[in-house]
Design a protein around this ligand. Structure first.
Ligand code: ADP
Ligand code: MG
Length: 306
Protein backbone atom coordinates (compact mmCIF):
# COMPACT_ATOMS: atom_id res chain seq x y z
CA UNK A 1 0.00 0.00 0.00
CA UNK A 2 1.29 3.53 -0.75
CA UNK A 3 2.34 5.43 2.37
CA UNK A 4 -0.61 7.88 2.25
CA UNK A 5 -3.11 5.03 2.28
CA UNK A 6 -1.23 3.34 5.07
CA UNK A 7 -1.29 6.59 7.04
CA UNK A 8 -5.06 6.64 6.67
CA UNK A 9 -5.42 3.19 8.17
CA UNK A 10 -2.86 3.93 10.85
CA UNK A 11 -4.84 7.06 11.83
CA UNK A 12 -8.02 5.06 12.39
CA UNK A 13 -6.50 1.95 13.96
CA UNK A 14 -3.61 3.10 16.11
CA UNK A 15 -5.78 4.26 19.03
CA UNK A 16 -7.23 0.78 19.63
CA UNK A 17 -4.05 -0.90 20.82
CA UNK A 18 -3.80 -0.35 24.57
CA UNK A 19 -4.53 -3.07 27.11
CA UNK A 20 -3.29 -4.54 30.39
CA UNK A 21 -1.32 -7.31 28.67
CA UNK A 22 0.16 -5.08 25.94
CA UNK A 23 3.80 -4.04 26.38
CA UNK A 24 4.23 -2.85 22.77
CA UNK A 25 1.41 -2.18 20.30
CA UNK A 26 0.98 -1.06 16.65
CA UNK A 27 4.04 0.61 15.10
CA UNK A 28 7.01 -1.72 15.43
CA UNK A 29 7.81 -4.98 13.65
CA UNK A 30 5.93 -7.04 16.24
CA UNK A 31 3.63 -6.34 19.15
CA UNK A 32 4.72 -7.63 22.56
CA UNK A 33 2.11 -9.13 24.88
CA UNK A 34 2.59 -10.32 28.41
CA UNK A 35 1.25 -13.50 30.00
CA UNK A 36 0.96 -13.84 33.77
CA UNK A 37 3.04 -16.59 35.40
CA UNK A 38 1.30 -19.97 35.00
CA UNK A 39 -0.63 -18.86 31.93
CA UNK A 40 -0.59 -20.27 28.40
CA UNK A 41 -1.29 -18.53 25.10
CA UNK A 42 -4.42 -19.58 23.18
CA UNK A 43 -4.48 -18.31 19.59
CA UNK A 44 -6.70 -18.68 16.54
CA UNK A 45 -7.27 -16.94 13.19
CA UNK A 46 -10.42 -16.55 11.07
CA UNK A 47 -10.72 -15.12 7.57
CA UNK A 48 -13.82 -13.43 6.14
CA UNK A 49 -14.06 -13.01 2.36
CA UNK A 50 -16.66 -10.65 0.90
CA UNK A 51 -19.35 -12.56 -0.98
CA UNK A 52 -18.38 -15.81 0.74
CA UNK A 53 -18.59 -15.12 4.49
CA UNK A 54 -20.63 -11.93 4.39
CA UNK A 55 -22.90 -10.31 1.77
CA UNK A 56 -21.45 -7.67 -0.55
CA UNK A 57 -23.74 -4.93 0.72
CA UNK A 58 -22.97 -5.44 4.43
CA UNK A 59 -22.31 -2.19 6.30
CA UNK A 60 -18.55 -1.81 7.03
CA UNK A 61 -19.21 -1.19 10.74
CA UNK A 62 -20.98 -4.55 10.95
CA UNK A 63 -18.21 -6.24 8.91
CA UNK A 64 -15.64 -5.01 11.44
CA UNK A 65 -17.59 -5.97 14.55
CA UNK A 66 -18.65 -9.33 13.16
CA UNK A 67 -15.16 -10.33 11.96
CA UNK A 68 -13.83 -9.80 15.47
CA UNK A 69 -16.76 -11.60 17.14
CA UNK A 70 -16.31 -14.63 14.89
CA UNK A 71 -12.64 -14.88 15.86
CA UNK A 72 -13.24 -14.16 19.57
CA UNK A 73 -15.86 -16.89 19.63
CA UNK A 74 -13.01 -19.41 19.38
CA UNK A 75 -11.39 -17.90 22.48
CA UNK A 76 -14.77 -18.15 24.25
CA UNK A 77 -15.04 -21.81 23.29
CA UNK A 78 -11.65 -22.49 24.93
CA UNK A 79 -12.45 -20.50 28.08
CA UNK A 80 -9.63 -18.05 27.32
CA UNK A 81 -9.30 -14.44 28.51
CA UNK A 82 -8.85 -12.12 25.49
CA UNK A 83 -5.54 -10.23 25.56
CA UNK A 84 -4.99 -8.93 22.02
CA UNK A 85 -5.65 -9.34 18.30
CA UNK A 86 -4.07 -8.56 14.95
CA UNK A 87 -6.08 -7.74 11.83
CA UNK A 88 -4.90 -8.42 8.28
CA UNK A 89 -6.92 -6.31 5.89
CA UNK A 90 -7.05 -6.75 2.13
CA UNK A 91 -8.85 -3.82 0.48
CA UNK A 92 -9.72 -3.17 -3.18
CA UNK A 93 -9.11 0.56 -2.59
CA UNK A 94 -8.32 2.91 0.30
CA UNK A 95 -11.82 4.39 0.62
CA UNK A 96 -11.82 6.71 3.64
CA UNK A 97 -15.55 6.32 4.39
CA UNK A 98 -15.17 2.55 4.34
CA UNK A 99 -12.05 2.54 6.54
CA UNK A 100 -13.57 5.01 8.99
CA UNK A 101 -16.83 3.08 9.32
CA UNK A 102 -15.07 -0.30 9.49
CA UNK A 103 -12.78 1.04 12.23
CA UNK A 104 -15.83 2.07 14.27
CA UNK A 105 -17.02 -1.54 14.21
CA UNK A 106 -13.54 -2.67 15.23
CA UNK A 107 -13.50 -0.10 18.04
CA UNK A 108 -16.85 -1.37 19.36
CA UNK A 109 -15.49 -4.91 19.39
CA UNK A 110 -12.24 -3.83 21.08
CA UNK A 111 -14.34 -2.28 23.83
CA UNK A 112 -16.92 -5.10 24.07
CA UNK A 113 -14.32 -7.87 24.39
CA UNK A 114 -11.55 -5.83 26.07
CA UNK A 115 -9.40 -7.00 23.17
CA UNK A 116 -6.86 -4.41 21.97
CA UNK A 117 -5.80 -4.27 18.31
CA UNK A 118 -2.03 -4.66 18.61
CA UNK A 119 -1.00 -5.03 14.97
CA UNK A 120 -1.88 -6.24 11.53
CA UNK A 121 -1.14 -6.04 7.85
CA UNK A 122 -2.68 -4.09 4.99
CA UNK A 123 -2.67 -5.13 1.33
CA UNK A 124 -4.61 -4.43 -1.84
CA UNK A 125 -6.95 -7.03 -3.36
CA UNK A 126 -10.50 -8.41 -3.02
CA UNK A 127 -12.06 -7.39 0.33
CA UNK A 128 -10.84 -9.89 2.93
CA UNK A 129 -10.45 -9.56 6.69
CA UNK A 130 -8.37 -11.94 8.78
CA UNK A 131 -8.56 -11.57 12.54
CA UNK A 132 -6.01 -13.37 14.68
CA UNK A 133 -6.96 -13.47 18.35
CA UNK A 134 -4.80 -14.19 21.36
CA UNK A 135 -6.04 -15.19 24.78
CA UNK A 136 -4.66 -16.37 28.09
CA UNK A 137 -5.45 -19.73 29.66
CA UNK A 138 -4.40 -21.09 33.06
CA UNK A 139 -1.52 -23.57 32.77
CA UNK A 140 -3.76 -26.47 33.81
CA UNK A 141 -7.18 -25.73 32.27
CA UNK A 142 -8.83 -25.39 28.84
CA UNK A 143 -12.23 -26.18 27.32
CA UNK A 144 -11.50 -28.80 24.67
CA UNK A 145 -13.68 -30.66 22.19
CA UNK A 146 -12.49 -33.90 23.74
CA UNK A 147 -13.55 -34.85 27.23
CA UNK A 148 -17.34 -35.36 26.95
CA UNK A 149 -18.25 -38.39 29.09
CA UNK A 150 -21.10 -40.86 28.65
CA UNK A 151 -23.89 -39.65 30.97
CA UNK A 152 -22.99 -35.95 30.67
CA UNK A 153 -25.73 -33.52 29.71
CA UNK A 154 -25.48 -31.36 26.57
CA UNK A 155 -26.26 -27.63 26.69
CA UNK A 156 -26.29 -24.67 24.32
CA UNK A 157 -26.18 -20.98 25.15
CA UNK A 158 -28.69 -18.43 23.85
CA UNK A 159 -30.95 -19.30 20.92
CA UNK A 160 -30.08 -21.08 17.68
CA UNK A 161 -31.05 -20.53 14.04
CA UNK A 162 -31.36 -16.75 14.23
CA UNK A 163 -28.57 -16.01 11.75
CA UNK A 164 -29.97 -18.57 9.29
CA UNK A 165 -33.42 -17.00 9.73
CA UNK A 166 -31.90 -13.58 9.04
CA UNK A 167 -30.24 -14.87 5.86
CA UNK A 168 -33.54 -16.36 4.69
CA UNK A 169 -35.17 -12.97 5.31
CA UNK A 170 -32.39 -11.16 3.40
CA UNK A 171 -32.89 -13.61 0.53
CA UNK A 172 -36.62 -12.80 0.47
CA UNK A 173 -37.64 -16.30 1.58
CA UNK A 174 -39.87 -15.04 4.39
CA UNK A 175 -41.14 -11.75 5.74
CA UNK A 176 -41.04 -11.54 9.53
CA UNK A 177 -42.73 -8.66 11.37
CA UNK A 178 -40.46 -5.59 11.64
CA UNK A 179 -39.46 -6.24 15.28
CA UNK A 180 -38.60 -9.86 14.57
CA UNK A 181 -36.71 -8.90 11.39
CA UNK A 182 -34.68 -6.34 13.30
CA UNK A 183 -33.81 -8.84 16.04
CA UNK A 184 -32.72 -11.47 13.52
CA UNK A 185 -30.61 -9.03 11.51
CA UNK A 186 -28.93 -7.88 14.71
CA UNK A 187 -28.09 -11.50 15.53
CA UNK A 188 -26.55 -11.98 12.08
CA UNK A 189 -24.72 -8.64 11.83
CA UNK A 190 -23.68 -8.35 15.47
CA UNK A 191 -23.04 -11.78 16.96
CA UNK A 192 -21.80 -11.62 20.56
CA UNK A 193 -19.07 -14.12 21.41
CA UNK A 194 -19.76 -15.86 24.77
CA UNK A 195 -16.48 -14.94 26.42
CA UNK A 196 -17.82 -14.65 29.98
CA UNK A 197 -19.68 -17.95 29.76
CA UNK A 198 -16.58 -19.73 28.43
CA UNK A 199 -14.49 -18.45 31.31
CA UNK A 200 -17.14 -19.52 33.84
CA UNK A 201 -17.18 -23.02 32.35
CA UNK A 202 -13.43 -23.48 32.67
CA UNK A 203 -12.77 -26.40 35.01
CA UNK A 204 -16.50 -27.33 34.98
CA UNK A 205 -17.55 -28.26 31.43
CA UNK A 206 -16.14 -31.56 30.15
CA UNK A 207 -16.10 -30.25 26.54
CA UNK A 208 -17.14 -27.18 24.56
CA UNK A 209 -17.23 -25.76 21.02
CA UNK A 210 -18.62 -22.62 19.46
CA UNK A 211 -21.45 -23.06 16.96
CA UNK A 212 -20.20 -21.54 13.72
CA UNK A 213 -21.22 -24.19 11.19
CA UNK A 214 -24.51 -25.31 12.77
CA UNK A 215 -25.34 -27.33 15.90
CA UNK A 216 -25.28 -30.74 14.18
CA UNK A 217 -21.91 -30.15 12.55
CA UNK A 218 -20.29 -28.62 15.63
CA UNK A 219 -21.75 -31.08 18.15
CA UNK A 220 -20.40 -33.69 15.73
CA UNK A 221 -16.89 -32.37 16.38
CA UNK A 222 -17.37 -32.90 20.13
CA UNK A 223 -18.72 -36.40 19.48
CA UNK A 224 -15.76 -37.29 17.24
CA UNK A 225 -13.09 -35.79 19.50
CA UNK A 226 -14.59 -37.35 22.64
CA UNK A 227 -15.44 -40.75 21.11
CA UNK A 228 -19.10 -40.55 22.17
CA UNK A 229 -22.56 -40.00 20.73
CA UNK A 230 -24.42 -36.70 21.26
CA UNK A 231 -28.18 -37.29 21.43
CA UNK A 232 -30.28 -34.17 20.86
CA UNK A 233 -33.95 -33.73 21.77
CA UNK A 234 -35.24 -31.41 19.04
CA UNK A 235 -38.07 -30.07 21.20
CA UNK A 236 -35.55 -28.68 23.68
CA UNK A 237 -33.47 -26.69 21.18
CA UNK A 238 -34.00 -23.02 22.17
CA UNK A 239 -35.53 -20.72 19.54
CA UNK A 240 -35.95 -16.96 19.85
CA UNK A 241 -39.49 -15.62 19.69
CA UNK A 242 -38.45 -13.87 16.47
CA UNK A 243 -37.51 -17.17 14.82
CA UNK A 244 -40.55 -18.84 16.35
CA UNK A 245 -42.77 -16.39 14.49
CA UNK A 246 -41.94 -18.34 11.31
CA UNK A 247 -45.04 -20.40 10.43
CA UNK A 248 -43.27 -23.60 9.39
CA UNK A 249 -41.91 -25.60 12.32
CA UNK A 250 -39.72 -27.80 10.11
CA UNK A 251 -37.90 -24.82 8.52
CA UNK A 252 -37.11 -23.17 11.82
CA UNK A 253 -35.96 -26.42 13.39
CA UNK A 254 -33.66 -27.02 10.41
CA UNK A 255 -32.19 -23.54 10.81
CA UNK A 256 -31.66 -24.11 14.52
CA UNK A 257 -30.01 -27.49 13.94
CA UNK A 258 -27.99 -26.86 10.81
CA UNK A 259 -27.83 -23.10 10.24
CA UNK A 260 -24.43 -21.57 11.00
CA UNK A 261 -23.21 -18.20 12.20
CA UNK A 262 -24.93 -18.07 15.61
CA UNK A 263 -21.66 -18.19 17.62
CA UNK A 264 -23.32 -19.66 20.69
CA UNK A 265 -21.54 -22.35 22.70
CA UNK A 266 -22.38 -26.06 22.80
CA UNK A 267 -21.01 -27.77 25.90
CA UNK A 268 -21.22 -30.84 28.06
CA UNK A 269 -21.43 -30.97 31.85
CA UNK A 270 -21.62 -33.80 34.36
CA UNK A 271 -25.25 -34.69 35.17
CA UNK A 272 -25.09 -33.25 38.71
CA UNK A 273 -23.85 -29.80 37.59
CA UNK A 274 -26.23 -26.84 37.69
CA UNK A 275 -27.40 -25.29 34.41
CA UNK A 276 -25.11 -22.40 33.50
CA UNK A 277 -26.81 -19.03 33.22
CA UNK A 278 -28.31 -18.40 29.79
CA UNK A 279 -27.98 -22.04 28.75
CA UNK A 280 -30.55 -24.71 27.86
CA UNK A 281 -30.16 -28.45 28.19
CA UNK A 282 -30.75 -30.06 24.79
CA UNK A 283 -29.59 -33.63 25.18
CA UNK A 284 -27.26 -36.20 26.57
CA UNK A 285 -23.94 -37.88 25.87
CA UNK A 286 -24.33 -41.61 25.20
CA UNK A 287 -22.16 -44.50 24.06
CA UNK A 288 -21.58 -44.60 20.32
CA UNK A 289 -20.57 -42.02 17.77
CA UNK A 290 -21.97 -39.09 15.80
CA UNK A 291 -24.98 -36.87 16.54
CA UNK A 292 -28.48 -38.33 16.85
CA UNK A 293 -31.74 -36.39 16.80
CA UNK A 294 -35.14 -37.63 17.96
CA UNK A 295 -37.09 -36.39 14.93
CA UNK A 296 -37.18 -37.65 11.38
CA UNK A 297 -36.28 -34.66 9.21
CA UNK A 298 -34.02 -34.39 6.18
CA UNK A 299 -31.20 -32.50 7.86
CA UNK A 300 -28.36 -31.10 5.84
CA UNK A 301 -25.02 -30.76 7.59
CA UNK A 302 -23.50 -27.36 8.39
CA UNK A 303 -22.07 -25.16 5.67
CA UNK A 304 -18.80 -26.49 4.30
CA UNK A 305 -16.46 -24.54 2.10
CA UNK A 306 -14.82 -27.46 0.36
P1 ADP B 1 5.99 -4.74 8.28
O1 ADP B 1 6.52 -4.37 6.94
O2 ADP B 1 7.03 -4.87 9.37
O3 ADP B 1 5.03 -5.89 8.22
P2 ADP B 1 3.83 -2.83 8.13
O4 ADP B 1 4.21 -1.63 7.33
O5 ADP B 1 2.99 -3.90 7.47
O6 ADP B 1 5.14 -3.45 8.76
O7 ADP B 1 3.07 -2.37 9.44
C1 ADP B 1 3.58 -1.36 10.28
C2 ADP B 1 2.90 -1.42 11.61
O8 ADP B 1 1.51 -1.17 11.45
C3 ADP B 1 3.03 -2.77 12.28
O9 ADP B 1 3.16 -2.56 13.67
C4 ADP B 1 1.72 -3.45 11.98
O10 ADP B 1 1.36 -4.36 12.98
C5 ADP B 1 0.76 -2.26 11.93
N1 ADP B 1 -0.38 -2.52 11.01
C6 ADP B 1 -0.35 -2.65 9.67
N2 ADP B 1 -1.58 -2.89 9.16
C7 ADP B 1 -2.41 -2.92 10.22
C8 ADP B 1 -3.81 -3.17 10.38
N3 ADP B 1 -4.62 -3.44 9.34
N4 ADP B 1 -4.32 -3.14 11.64
C9 ADP B 1 -3.50 -2.89 12.70
N5 ADP B 1 -2.20 -2.65 12.62
C10 ADP B 1 -1.64 -2.67 11.40
MG1 MG C 1 3.23 -5.93 7.10
Amino acid sequence: MPTSEFDLIYRYFSSLGAGPAVDLSVGDDCAILRLEPNERLATSVDTMVEGVHFPEDMFPEDIGFRAVSVAVSDLAAMGARPIGMTVALTLPEADEFWINTFSQGLAQAVSEYKLPLVGGDTTRGPLTISVQVMGALPADKALLREGAQVGDLVYVSGTLGDAAGALAFLNGEWHPEPDAAEFLLQRFHRPRARVELGRELLGKATSAIDISDGLLADAGHIAAASGVSIDIECGRVPLSSALNSHPDSESKLKWALSGGDDYELCLTLPEEATTPEGCTRIGRVTKGHGVKVDQDIDFTAGYQHF
